[in-house]
Design a protein around this ligand. Structure first.
Ligand SMILES: [Zn+2]
Length: 176
């Protein structure tokens, strides 16, 4: 059942074989994600399935599940953000190509023949799932009374981060 998953894989070769990789990653092993967490204990579970569509385009189906402990930006205590992400990624060579993708597909910046760094892919996916200002739902927040609503801007200023472009290219799949 347990497979040894290499850090980097050749997605085109795995697609020819219709391979599925399943594994877990420790959250504290992800150097960009860990500092964003109030507590980096725990793991992310992932399933990666490689294949091709009728146009022989490489498809990478990625499922990532993780419970991320973040600091609520309203009451400053811990909150758990449940990530259950399902994406279907396909390689693109640039932004233009990314914009032309059908809605069901999300862009992955990878060159033909380039290896895929699994941890980096999963880390990107988890980071895309974190809102810019995470908060408890109102009824679960420790700071319900006496909150000066005008202290909390309705819209957060858009943060400059390397994922902003990638995130903006993504189709809106907030179906929960
Ligand atoms: Zn809160």
């Amino acid at each position: 059942m347990l497979q040894r998953i290499p850090d980097r894989v050749d997605p085109w070769r795995l697609a020819e074989q219709g391979e599925t990789l399943e594994g877990r990653l420790k959250l504290d092993s992800l150097p960009r994600l860990a500092p964003l967490l109030a507590n980096a204990n725990g793991e992310a579970a992932f399933v990666l399935t490689f294949g091709k569509d009728e146009r022989r385009r490489l498809l990478i189906m990625l499922n990532v599940d993780a419970d991320l402990t973040l600091e609520c930006q309203r009451c400053l205590s811990d909150m758990v953000l449940k990530i259950e992400s399902k994406t279907c990624l396909t390689p693109v060579r640039g932004l233009l190509e990314a914009e032309q993708l059908p809605e069901a597909l999300d862009p992955l910046m990878i060159e033909e023949g380039e290896y895929l760094d699994i941890a980096q892919l999963i880390e990107d996916e988890l980071m895309l799932g974190i809102p810019s200002s995470p908060r408890h739902e109102e009824q679960h927040c420790n700071r319900q009374e006496g909150v000066q609503e005008h202290d909390l801007p309705e819209t957060e200023p858009k943060e400059e981060n390397p994922f902003a472009i990638l995130a903006s290219l993504r189709t809106d799949r907030n179906d929960n």
